[in-house]
Design a binder for this molecule. Sequence first.
Ligand code: F6R
Length: 611
Amino acid sequence: MCGIIGYVGTRDASPILIESLKKLEYRGYDSSGIGLLDHGSRLIVRKSKGKIRNLEELLRSHPLPFSTVGISHTRWATHGLPCDENAHPHTDNKHQIAVVHNGIIENYAQLREKLKKQGCRFISQTDTEVISHLIAACYKGDLKEAVQRSIKQLKGAFAIGVISKDHPDMLVAARVGSPLIIGLGDDENYIASDVPAILDRTRRVIYLQDGQMAVLTKDKVEVFTFDGKKVAPKIDTVSFTIGLAQKEGYKHFMLKEIHEQPGVLEAMLKTRLAGGKLKLEGLDVSDKVLASIKKVMIVACGTAYHAGLVGKYIIESLARLSVEVDTSSEFRYRSTIIDQNTLIVAVSQSGETADTLAAVREAKAKAKGAKVVSICNVVGSSLVRESNGVLYTHAGPEIGVASTKAYTAQLMMFYLFGLKLAQVRRSTPRSRINKIIKDLQSIPRHYKELLKKNSNVLKVAEANSHFGCFLYLGRNINFPTALEGALKLKEISYIPAEGYPAGEMKHGPIALIDEYRAVVCIAVASHVYEKMISNIQEIRARKGNVIAIATQGDREIAHHAHYVIEIPRIEELLTPLLAVIPLQLMAYYIAVKRGNDVDQPRNLAKSVTVE
Ligand code: F6R
């Protein structure tokens, strides 16, 4: 949700900024811009509607001068349409100060009125523009002080980068709510929304904390609280490699990330199930507390919410604990009944999703003393800092906007966590726990097999890509799989797709079915298999086109479905791990066939840092 990057050093800033900005394009891509200071101390800004390639074109026709300090931004619109004027950086009226911003300024309307009365002319419809005018109004020759005085007046979430014409060797940054990292180089330093943007330049980073600001020059980074108190920042070394943030021969990041899933789960199992023993490092909630909890409350958004729904079935089955799952945006506004005996589990790839962060804060306020465990991919994210314990999925950077490897890693973590709860609560016989552990260890091998034999999925996708509406049906633990399959398809192909519990079909969705609809039925071997077959027959009786996800060796299904995609046979509880793979691939192939931008689907952004 908007990407920002800043550079101060000795090299020419603009090519560095543009190359790095492209690695943040997954965060937003409706417009972009760049602001530089040349050493005649002019502030130069170029902006363009659309993707970063449009900005690059503009820079070819209107080249920028050599500069060693600059800021750049790729936007996902919140306030004001995508257009050149609303693109960042925003400047003050004297064109002395430029600002890039990720987040939302909630009191921008009041600030705007106040600044207008002081004579400021506003050019854009954005909330961000108030920041540049505010800094200019507070500026008395010291940029750090002006930023500090301005940000104290802001309400909402922000990560900002600021440059000033009077300070051609300085970059100032600050954050509340939205992520911001500082990259430490040799004779140069960076700010960025996310690590992949600077990974080919440095591995040494500072994760700026909420309520902190930083002053960067080419050879120094100083971090302060908003009250001006200097703090000694922790310097981390990023462990993942640049390869993880590149396509490495794949046509799209999404396809690469689908193919990374066997490796991700293999690595998880190696560290978390070494020698067949569960190792949930980071959980930081004692066995005594886990044994005493009475309820689990899972909060998450989108794909992570679907992982949470599968988590409910896993925990209820293995730990015999009551589990509630809610989308974060609903949870935060309802009067949920939770207390200190409730364990809150927040699931998020990015750890920066505004609604999930708010849900966790709400839960902590409601249930004093309740523990919060997050299942998260991004190390050091805001969610992790707000949780008592964290179960990192370590799936590596997920760049494709449609989540794939983060989802299966979240599922795997729920299985491991479910087993842990079952162990401490003695709710499942040891023999069953061992059997599940053994089956989990076979998952990476099954993934490799599924991905190798994907030509059938491609065939099915191509044969069905013309349908204008898809229904996804599943029962029990594969009802969330149906939801996730439908979400993947609609996100990247823009085909209306609905996920439903198959038993609910007769209560409404059946009205949709005719020869122009495709219905994906997850009919894997399970205790609800016969029920799924009955649903398929009901669909066939109404001329619907059935694509079945079924278990290898099922001879019956071919008599009922038009198309069958097989997954390997596995214990019923683990089927969501396998059934989702063909659904990810099918969504991908259909979107490609329709000529869509798979990695950057319209209107979406990877990390949703606004409500
Ligand atoms: C779907 C997708 C989104 C995210 C959702 C939550 O493919 O990516 O639905 O799952 O925005 O994001 P995180 O997991 O970062 O909290």
